[in-house]
Ligand binder design. Structure first.
Ligand code: NCD
Length: 311
């Protein structure tokens, strides 16, 4: 068995073999995610607890659905209605939930590193569903799964990640996963949102979308994370859309087979034009469907690793 990790905290450091093991497992799960095959029982009698300290539409519902399709009890912990509001700490909250029932914690938190702290203080398996600006590994996996399914491979492809790289945990997980699988990654965006240090880690940087677009096989468009910007990184949204927004006019210069992705939620008319988001090259809704298959694979693999005493 290639997979022996009880926790999935990020894609940084995962090997090609580990990534491939999850992607292959997700492929096997897809007919269940599409409801073409009956639900499974791999996690029967187990409890998967969603601990979301930040808002989410796709990710939390996708994990809960994935847990149910594997036969687990999916428990959603409503932070706003909990004793977290009375000051209970993350670790205390988790230990108390564990005392009720928790085999896997799926955690989203505004602070980078929160899932790691949880993993150090719980017996349960921990899956990171997005921590601050650090990583969002299941989003990276579902994006890569969608690329592999659409184009048949990952190795040798040129993948552009466009937009607010600085604040994006989705960008970081994609970068690490794609690099390990042999893709060429170009990070594209305004200079203020493109951290220079990523250049020294083996990623190409470009501020000129029109110059690099014709060479891309895939473009993954990111949301401008205005809630994470304490200072002004941009002159205006209109200026941003003009220079870095993906619209039909720009797309005319791209390869005919260019695959357009977006992790959601989209700011339509800012980073992506509605005609492009809903157009024939967009796989945005396939990404969401694939998210269920990928999260089933992750929940199954970490639970199996935990049962075998994995760390
Ligand atoms: C992303 C997130 O929360 O990191 N959304 C998601 O999970 N699909 C990206 C974002 O918020 O822009």
């Amino acid at each position: 068995m290639t997979w022996s990790r009880k926790h999935l905290l990020g894609l940084e450091g995962l090997t090609r073999e580990e990534l491939t093991a999850v992607l292959d497992e997700a492929g096997a799960m897809k007919p269940v995610a599409l409801r073409q095959k009956p639900r499974l029982k791999d996690l029967a009698g187990r409890a998967v607890v969603n601990l979301f300290f930040e808002s989410s539409t796709r990710t939390s519902n996708s994990f809960a659905t994935a847990a149910r399709y594997l036969g687990a009890d999916a428990i959603s912990f409503a932070v706003a209605a909990s004793a977290v509001k009375k000051g209970e700490s993350l670790v205390d909250t988790a230990r108390n939930l564990e005392a009720i029932a928790a085999d896997v914690f799926v955690i989203r938190h505004g602070a980078a590193g929160a899932p790691r702290i949880l993993a150090e203080h719980t017996r349960a398996a921990v899956v990171n569903a997005g921590d601050g600006q650090h990583e969002h590994p299941t989003q990276g996996l579902l994006d890569i799964f969608t690329i592999r399914e659409t184009l048949g491979r990952v190795e040798g492809l040129t993948v552009g990640i466009l937009g607010d790289i600085r604040h994006s945990r989705v960008a970081r997980s994609n970068m690490w996963g794609l690099k390990a699988l042999g893709a060429r990654v170009i990070l594209i965006g305004p200079p203020t949102l493109l951290p220079r240090e990523l250049g020294s880690l083996g990623f190409e940087l470009s501020e000129d979308l029109d110059a690099v677009l014709p060479g891309l096989d895939v473009v993954n468009v990111l949301r401008l994370q205005l809630e994470r910007m304490e200072q002004s990184f941009l002159p205006s949204l209109r200026e941003y859309a003009r220079c870095w927004g993906l619209d039909a006019r720009r797309l005319a210069a791209a390869k005919p087979g260019l695959v357009v992705m977006h992790p959601g939620p989209t700011n339509r008319g800012v980073e992506i034009a509605p005609a492009v988001a809903d157009g024939p090259r967009s796989v945005i809704l396939e990404q969401v469907t694939n998210g269920v298959a990928v999260r089933m694979a992750v929940l199954k693999l970490v639970t199996a690793a935990a049962a075998e005493g994995g760390r």
